[in-house]
Design a binder for this molecule. Sequence first.
Ligand code: FCB
Length: 494
Amino acid sequence: MTMTDPTTASHAAAAAPRVAFPSGFAWGAATAAYQIEGAVAEDGRTPSIWDTFSRTPGKVANGDTGDIAVDHYHRFREDVRLMADLGLTSYRFSLSWPRIQPTGRGPAVERGLDFYRALVDTLLEHGISPVATLYHWDLPEDLEQAGGWPVRETAHRFAEYAAIAARALGDRVPLWTTLNEPWCSAFLGYGSGVHAPGRTNPADALKAAHHLNLGHGLAVGAMRELLPASAQIGVSLNLHLVRPLTDRPEDLEAARRIEAVGNRIWTGPMFGGGYPADLIADTASIVDWDELVRPGDEAEIGRPIDVLGLNYYNPTVVSAPQKAPEDTEGTEDAGDTGGPARFDGHGDSAHSPWPGAEDVVFHLANDDVTAMGWPIDATGLSESLIGMHRDFGLPLMVTENGAAFEDVVGPDGEVDDPERTRYLRLHLSAVADAIAAGADVRGYYLWSLMDNFEWAYGYDKRFGIVHVDYGTQRRTPKSSARWYTEVIRRGGLD
Ligand code: FCB
């Protein structure tokens, strides 16, 4: 692995790549605290909902936990050196709330903050621009015991924690994202129960969604007071790129419902439009929105942000329930068990993560799938970015995109992963298409820097461009990492 140096970079500029990205484009990789840090009981950290959930039998594959993960807490200096060797210009990571504010209330634990100060300083020393996510799913267990996200108070707790983080790190972190994929927190955590805390109550899921939104808005407000004027704040949403199976009205209606509870439940209030009337109508029998949303909440959630992060993995194809077998032609996955098929890519549960749209059927977009069973279709990424540019008109970032494959360590200890390189190439090319079509996309953070704890799938699914031997914690860049380094060095794709 060679270091990127300014000399080679200027030579590269002479022979521009076929698909060049704008200068200053952030070439990044992403991780999340619980997935990599380990050290779950060190320096004052207390359990998060993911510690509790992963220790509950049957919730995570193989009974895996994040207790050790990839030991990043102790190896972060080595990991940052690796990032520098790869040529990354930016790194997106998340702060562990229970490491910083163990019970979710009261004063900060300085040792927890010191870890992030040291991480950020090491990144800056290596010329890597830090992007800090405040919440990547690890709610302090004490707050869950007090009701979790379905309870309004949690939004206020989150804003207090955001202020602690901004005070401690605001002088050196130029870009913040509040929440990572709040859809997953609300609907997988409290709806289908495949994620922590594993509750399965549709009303709680919708309440959680509102309080996550409110927490985001309150956090933006609190951080604006504390951060330097140059600091940018955003949020990372897994907006679903929803495609109706056909143009039949009932399939368009299915797509509308999924867009409402998948996407517009966030972007409505965040971009000043409030909660969409159709979402409220779809879910009126589940939750009392008048009671849930108090006067002023939507204005709070709609506080301006500087950048919108998109996490994109695959498109979402939906239809109305299909009764007759002939209706399911070409879509073996549809409805053969009587209930809606679950090819939404969000795990298996008897409980739907789609309140108000429980009967919508999900279809595999194509058979070209990753090890997660997620279809590979990069056109959804350009379509999403172009749509977001059109609808919201603010700078965008791809804050996650990547793929798991069954990696094999060769006899020479190397990992050759051409499928991952192909996936990344297709998706970076889709980003370039969106930029060419006018979308202001400022950066790309592939998921993930290194193999890690993949939530309910434990260590079975590997998303890294760097292989981790979980026995020895040895890191080995895969061939996709070497490819990415070359893309970064050239400033684009050939
Ligand atoms: C996203 C999560 C990230 C990782 C990828 C594969 O939904 O934000 O932590 O699990 O999926």
